[in-house]
Design a protein around this ligand. Sequence first.
Ligand code: SAH
Length: 455
Amino acid sequence: MKKNQEYIIKISGMTGEGNGVGRTDEGFAVFVPETAPGDLAKVKIAKANKSFAFAILLEILRPSPDRIKPDCPVYKKCGGCCFRHVSYAAELKIKESFVRENLKKIGALDAPVLPVIPSPKENAYRNKAQYPIGLGESGKIITGFFAKRSHRLINCPECALQPGIFAQIAGEFCNFAGQYKISAYDETKHTGLLRHLYIRYGEASGEIAVCIVANGTCLPMRNELVSRLTGRFPDIKTIVLNINREKTNVILGKKYINLLGDGSIKDWLCGLEFNLSPPSFYQVNHGGAETLYKTAEEFAELSGGETLLDLYCGTGTIGLSMARRVKKVVGVEIIPEAIENARRNAWLNGITNAEFILGDAGEAAAGLEKRGLKPDLIILDPPRKGCSPEVLETAARLFPGKIVMISCDSATLARDLKIFGGLGYRTVKIQPVDMFPRTAHIETVALLVNTREAH
Ligand code: SAH
């Protein structure tokens, strides 16, 4: 295959990133963005390797029956969604086969992958947005999203993944910044003040937190901003200035200055009240999170007498949601604010059998081993990169009867499940739960059981 060669290709599958894949008559795999399984497409090779190539779409000769008209004006430009040109039912099938393939290829696992559980909402499901701030073509301050694999800001006043009020708040904020000529941050020159606008809302409580990330310690006209935002949006309960003066892609800096309220909002999840601070992780899809936690609990088949170790516990949501049906919960988390939230969340809900430890999952688990903790169940919900081998080894040495692993990356999950296999934990079943409709992401829950004799 050579660059610029044209082919007519039947698209037969889709990658987890939402690129269509087809094969030439010679058997070469060709990846084509904007196509869908079932399309017959005319494509032009953009980059060729030995056995595969990337191509651009020239023309759809026969559309796939799964195709739908994308309902977002910036779909092709923005890096957020990749499934808006196929039906949600087709997206779920593609995601399921992607999870299945990762578990087989990377994890060498033959445990059943159950049909993916859809998200209760297909749009407006995200309770959190972190908009980069920049200058639009006319020189006006805008918030938007970065284009695919770039830091070029795409103006996107309305994003279908967020509730409409986020766009209204962002619009009001940009008007304010424009009126008082407050500068936008320029990451190439490391100049300018406003970097990101971070909005989070409690879907069940209605409470909204606004966090302005700035390359500086002071925000001009801050009182005016507070009265303007709260005047128009009374559900804003807290406004915070986050200071990030580093040359970095990391969005949040370490220091927060409260402009209104104490920085936190509350939400209700699984019938419990949760207090959430800006740096604390909180599942972005409220209904999806309840399904995810319910699935984890069903997999655990609690009997009531368990000691549950919740590693990577965030604000304690998983452990606390099960606390009334186990003997004891121990949670471990590395972000201090999240651990503070978790302790407060136990107290807010009158839960007295939960303990939260600040620290690295591996180190804290090793500490618990020394303390003689004997968990019956360990739940691990690591970030995208998965667990280090030390965490998995320590978890296995703690000898729980069951392990439930939750992951937002089925590739690192597959890798970790394989390591657990070598440590005596057999993967019994796997349940994908879609928490991120229209994007490439999916959450997966796995149940593992101990196959070793008690020592
Ligand atoms: N279980 C929680 C949070 C899951 S997200 C929930 O459902 O809400 C993963 C969490 O792991 C984040 O809160 C992150 O801060 C935390 N984390 C990341 N690295 C860690 C580490 N090395 N040790 C402990 N926690 C870590």
